[in-house]
Design a protein. Structure first.
Length: 201
């Protein structure tokens, strides 16, 4: 018999890579850990455990969708310390759900087959080199509440064909920050779409 008091107030975070079944399994794992005394890590808290749930049924199944949920700030990382680093060449899409307020530094650095990244409007900042080296990323959408984008955030995203800029209160983007350097450089041009509520660039 397990002594659940050992897990009281321990904190967990969850990352799911894979199909709908994986998401269902992650929910089950979360309920089990909650019953054992764990709780989901809150903004600014260091988790005691990180649960990464994935599968590999076929060779094609070795391509994943990464879903990030939570409240508050995502941590800043180094080029090799983000939690899904070992899966960086298998993640084809990412969704950062409402409630997460920033994209941490190096969060998707060199995720070379990442084609799409959906960021909800709770995002207010995008960190240093957050998407740098995502050489398969096709489209970039800057959410409406983004105020700052740090250096080299989208550096070398060479396959980009479209940028949708919806940020309404964006601070000036100094060219020296190289935020969009080499974006779309492998193509014949980039379509830039400015949101209807944008009042300054």
């Amino acid at each position: 018999m397990i002594d659940n008091s050992l897990f009281k107030d321990k904190k967990a975070v969850y990352y799911t890579l894979g199909c709908k079944l994986n998401f269902s399994e992650t929910s089950t794992i979360g309920r089990t850990l909650t019953e054992a005394g764990f709780r989901t890590a809150r903004r600014g808290e260091q988790a005691d455990i990180c649960v990464v749930n994935t599968c590999s049924v076929t060779e094609q199944a070795d391509k994943y969708k990464l879903v990030i949920r939570g409240e508050g700030q995502m941590a800043d990382y180094s080029s090799t310390s983000y939690p899904w680093y070992s899966y960086r060449n298998k993640i084809v899409s990412a969704v950062i759900y409402d409630g997460v307020t920033n994209i941490g530094s190096y969060a998707f650095y060199n995720c070379s087959i990442l084609e799409s990244a959906v960021m909800y409007d709770s995002i207010t900042s995008i960190g240093n080199r957050a998407f740098s080296g995502c050489s398969s990323l096709i489209s970039i959408t800057i959410p409406k509440n983004v105020v700052t984008i740090d250096k080299y955030a989208f550096y070398n995203c060479t396959a980009v064909e479209e940028i949708r800029f919806n940020a309404q209160m964006m601070e000036d983007l100094a060219s020296s920050n190289n935020v969009f350097s080499y974006v779309g450089s492998n193509g014949s041009g980039i379509q830039v779409i400015i949101g209807k509520d944008v009042t300054k660039l």
